[in-house]
Design a protein around this ligand. Structure first.
Ligand SMILES: N[C@@H](CCC(=O)N[C@@H](CS)C(=O)NCC(=O)O)C(=O)O
Length: 202
């Protein structure tokens, strides 16, 4: 299978981390967003990375569909539990992380527009989503070792990609001062090979 993505996308990093944790082999195509008619558009009509192209030609997107598919592929390191409530809690957490990322990516893109076209009001609205999402994650994590349930799951891997992406793109966001429990989680995740091998570069 082939993964189309970039080194800086947090959604792509989440999928790469899952691929490494699940020990699934893949070919990595990093220039999928380059050029006037980027390769990704041939695979995902929405033109968004990541996309996972299976060996039979079927292309999977978005990242939540891909992570769920990968978890069913291999029994190594189960990431989404089977019981309905536990499963929903993990999927809900992943949605919360991705929502914060959507807001963050929207701000990054807005800041790339000419200054006179940028909307402060709109960026403030996106920033509110990020701040409320992080606060909720920290509240729900509390003193637990992992975000949902007793074991490491997709919730934790997704949260790790978010937190490290904030360091990368939102270094002014004081999450490390505000949420010591998220820092502890990030410190533990950062020791995993899956995170060490997927560090974004500018
Ligand atoms: N919900 C999507 C979000 C993916 C996404 O927003 N990817 C960004 C890069 S971080 C992208 O490809 N943006 C290009 C665009 O929106 O045209 C997912 O989870 O895969």
């Amino acid at each position: 299978m082939k993964l189309l993505g970039s080194v800086t996308s947090p959604f792509v990093r989440k999928v790469r981390v899952v691929l490494l944790e699940k020990q699934v082999d893949f070919e990595w195509i990093t220039d999928a967003m380059v050029g006037a008619a980027p390769l990704i558009e041939q695979y995902n009509p929405l033109g968004k990375i990541p996309a996972l192209v299976l060996d039979d030609g079927l292309t999977l997107f978005d990242s939540q569909v891909i992570t769920e598919y990968l978890d069913t592929l291999s029994p190594v390191m189960p990431l989404i539990p089977a019981p309905p409530r536990e499963r929903a809690l993990v999927k809900r957490w992943e949605a919360m992380v991705d929502g914060v990322l959507d807001a963050g990516v929207a701000i990054v893109l807005e800041k790339r527009r000419p200054a006179h076209e940028q909307s402060e009001t709109w960026m403030t609205r996106q920033r509110g989503k990020m701040e409320r999402g992080l606060a909720q994650m920290s509240r729900e994590l509390g003193d637990h070792a992992w975000c949902t349930g007793e074991d490491l799951s997709l919730s934790d891997l997704a949260t790790g990609t978010l937190l490290f992406w904030l360091d990368f793109r939102f270094s002014d966001m004081p999450w490390r001062l505000q949420y010591p429990n998220l820092v502890r989680l990030a410190d533990r995740l950062g020791q995993r090979r899956s995170f060490q091998e997927t560090v974004p570069t500018a």
